[in-house]
Design a protein around this ligand. Structure first.
Ligand code: NIG
Ligand code: FE
Length: 401
């Protein structure tokens, strides 16, 4: 906070937002000194695409433009570090069947693969844009998304290419399931995923992911796929321990993956590995909600010292929600998180899962991604579930609405 009034006033693009009832900064050196660095009666200065100043309104510097937050709370833009938006089709029937008692299985992915292969590029791009806009309306300013519903060289390559037009955080998930045409020869599919398909997708992706699960890819296959990705400069993240216990989490930690996602079935050794490794545990409660599965135990992970992120897993099968606020409410109500922990995990936690320093916090130098809530405090995100509290969003310094 070394920026002076003069420097800020000299800029033509600076905006002062005042009268913020409470501001979550996620900078523990600010405000109440907790991990969420909560400042009461706060103000924020945005200069260009960055946060230039944060503090109490009474100490705020003068700027060219001023916005009165009207006593609303402000939080960092949500960082949704796990979604699957490049898809076509609909799985209402499968959801209906589940709500009548049928169990979720990875096999449903095939329905979306068939619809996605049949869709045009324009349809897929329109879908991505639609769900990104839906997420932004709910406060998401950074969103990772994956391929994984194409499962041919051409269809995976177009998925990452389309994703790349909409976000910097693109994940190659050729290893989502073994597609039907390779059912008799999964090894040949792994060879494709680590060979020609990887070559076609690597230029458009930052990350590589594997669904390490019974009925998808086992530990050895997952290791081969992630290692091949690493060799091509893609960083690993893993769908791990979602439907059953297994090797995914420990493999993720061993390979230095940025994130192990789902973490629903964890042994003590898995929790210990996450607590001592460099891998974030990303919890996706929309999936447990929509598959009527047991909740992941966030409390156990937090008490052990793991870093926890919260994301939507938005996809047409297991979790068809783009709402981070909904996931926050579930995490608080059913996974043992406090509202402060949940807001941290949905912002700074997501940033950690994407290995990003520039987002997830509202402190000088970070990207100006800010959400105003029609509420006096971020706690209302869990206290008032299902209510559209997001009233304004700035992304990279631009007011989106
Ligand atoms: O993260 N677990 C694997 N993939 C998705 C589900 C995809 C689907 O059912 O279409 C998930 O839950
Ligand atoms: Fe997923």
């Amino acid at each position: 906070m070394s920026i002076t009034t003069t420097t800020i006033a000299a800029s033509t693009t600076s905006t002062l937002i005042t009268n913020i009832a409470s501001l979550v900064t996620n900078d523990s050196s600010l405000g109440d000194g907790t991990p969420i660095g909560l400042i009461q009666d706060a103000a924020v200065v945005i200069d260009g695409d960055r946060i230039a100043w944060v503090g109490e309104t009474r100490k705020a510097p003068a700027t060219d433009n001023a916005v009165d937050a009207g006593g609303r709370a402000a939080v960092p833009g949500f960082v949704d570090s796990h979604s699957h938006l490049v898809f076509a089709g609909d799985r209402t029937q499968e959801f209906n069947a589940r709500m009548s008692g049928r169990a979720y299985s990875a096999g449903g992915i095939r329905t979306t693969v068939a619809a996605t292969r049949a869709a045009s590029d324009a349809e897929l791009a329109a879908n991505v844009a639609r769900y990104l806009a839906e997420a932004l309306r709910q406060g998401t300013t950074t969103l990772e998304t994956k391929s994984g519903y194409g499962l041919t060289v051409q269809d995976e390559a177009r998925a990452v290419r389309i994703a790349c037009d909409h976000t910097d955080e693109v994940t190659y998930l050729g290893a989502h399931i073994v597609p039907p045409e390779y059912a008799d020869d999964p090894a040949a599919y792994v060879a494709l995923v680590t060979g020609e398909m990887l070559d076609a997708c690597a230029p458009y992706a930052r990350w590589i992911d594997v669904f390490c699960e019974q009925g998808a890819f086992d530990g050895d296959q997952a290791r081969a796929i992630l290692t091949a990705g690493l060799a091509r400069g893609l960083q690993p993240r893993v769908h791990a321990n979602q439907l059953s216990y297994g090797p995914g989490v420990r493999l993720a930690v061993e390979l230095g993956a940025a994130s192990a996602d789902h973490c629903t079935h964890l042994t003590d050794a898995d929790v210990d590995a996450l607590a001592h490794g460099d891998t974030v545990a990303t919890l996706l409660p929309g999936a447990e909600f929509s598959t009527r599965a047991d909740w992941p135990d966030a409390r156990r992970l937090l008490d052990a010292g793991a870093t926890v992120a919260l994301s939507t897993d938005c996809n047409p099968g297991s979790s068809f929600t783009s709402s981070v606020p909904f996931c926050i409410a579930l995490a608080v109500r059913d996974m043992g998180m406090t509202p402060d922990e949940a807001i941290w995990s949905a912002t700074a936690g997501g940033a950690a899962a994407l290995r990003r320093q520039d987002i997830g916090r509202v402190t000088p130098g970070t990207r100006a991604d800010l959400v105003l809530l029609d509420a006096p405090s971020h706690v209302h995100l869990a206290y008032r579930p299902g209510v559209p509290l997001v009233s304004s969003v700035w992304r990279g310094g631009t007011r989106m609405f």
